[in-house]
Design a protein around this ligand. Structure first.
Ligand code: ADP
Length: 216
C-alpha cells in the first residue's frame, strides 16, 4: 500500500510522520525524496553533486533524475509505505503511474503560506536522522537546545530554509507541485485534505492514517 503525503514546504509533514511512528505496531517505512537527496549530497555522489545545484536555490531537481531514483526505491519496498516529497510535478506523477505504482490515497496537509514561512524561520533539522524541530511551536522544541531528542546528534539549519529560498520553494510548489493533486483526482485516486494549522490536526491525521493502514 502506498500513501502519498502531500503538502507545501514546512507544512509539517515530517512532524506528523514522526508522531505517527509512535502509534503503529511496527515502524512505517517512509521514502522522503528530500532526505534521500540530502544523503546523496552529503556522500558527494554524482546524483548529489547534480542535485545540490538545484536544491541550494530552492529549485526542483530534474524529473528524470528523481523518477529513476524514487521508482527504483518504491519497487524495492513491500507492505505499507509513505511517500513524502514525491511525486512533486505532473511529469513525476505520470511517470509513477505509468510505472504501475498507484497510490492508495493522497493525504494533503494544508497550511497558509505565511504559517509555513514562519515555521521555516526557526526550523532546525537533525544532522543524522533528519527529524525536524521548530522553536516557535512549543510541542516541537527539542528537550535540550540544539540536540536531537531521538538520536542525540546536533541540530542544524537547512540553507534552503533562509527566507528568500523558502519563499522561492513556496512559489515552485504553487506552480509545479500543486497541480499533482488535480491529476491524482482525475485518475480516480482519493485525495483527503487536513488543515494542519489547527489544534486538532494531529488527532485528525492520526485517525485518518491509522484507519487507512488498518482497513486495507
Ligand atoms: P521541503 O518539503 O521542506 O521543501 P524537501 O526536503 O522535501 O523539503 O526537499 C528539499 C529539496 O529537495 C527541494 O527544494 C528540491 O530541490 C529537492 N527535491 C525533493 N523532492 C523532489 C522531487 N520530487 N523532485 C524534484 N526535486 C525534489
Amino acid at each position: 500500500m502506498k500513501i502519498i503525503l502531500f503538502g507545501k514546504p514546512n507544512s509539517g509533514k515530517g512532524s506528523r510522520l514522526n508522531e505517527i511512528q509512535k502509534k503503529t505496531k511496527e515502524p512505517i517505512p517512509v521514502l522522503a525524496a528530500g532526505d534521500i537527496l540530502r544523503k546523496e549530497v552529503g556522500e558527494g555522489t554524482e546524483i548529489g553533486k547534480l542535485a545540490e545545484q538545484y536544491m541550494s536555490q530552492g529549485l526542483l531537481v530534474p524529473d528524470e533524475v528523481i523518477n529513476n531514483m524514487m521508482i527504483n526505491k518504491i519497487r524495492q519496498t513491500q507492505g505499507v509505505i509513505v511517500l513524502d516529497g514525491y511525486p512533486r510535478t505532473v511529469q513525476q506523477a505520470n511517470a509513477m503511474l505509468e510505472a504501475g505504482e498507484y497510490p492508495d490515497i493522497v493525504i494533503e496537509l494544508y497550511v497558509d503560506d505565511e504559517v509555513a514561512l514562519d515555521r521555516a524561520k526557526d526550523r532546525t533539522v537533525c544532522k543524522k536522522c533528519g527529524r525536524t524541530y521548530t522553536i516557535v511551536n512549543e510541542g516541537y522544541r527539542p528537550k535540550r537546545e540544539g540536540i536531537c531528542d531521538d538520536c542525540g546528534s546536533p541540530l542544524v539549519r537547512r540553507k534552503d530554509d533562509e527566507p528568500e529560498t523558502a519563499r522561492k520553494r513556496q512559489a515552485v510548489y504553487a506552480k509545479d507541485t500543486y497541480p499533482v493533486l488535480d491529476l491524482m483526482q482525475a485518475k480516480g485516486i482519493e485525495v483527503i485534505t487536513i488543515d494542519n494549522s489547527t489544534e486538532d490536526a494531529s488527532e485528525e491525521f492520526e485517525k485518518l492514517f491509522l484507519s487507512v493502514i488498518n482497513k486495507r
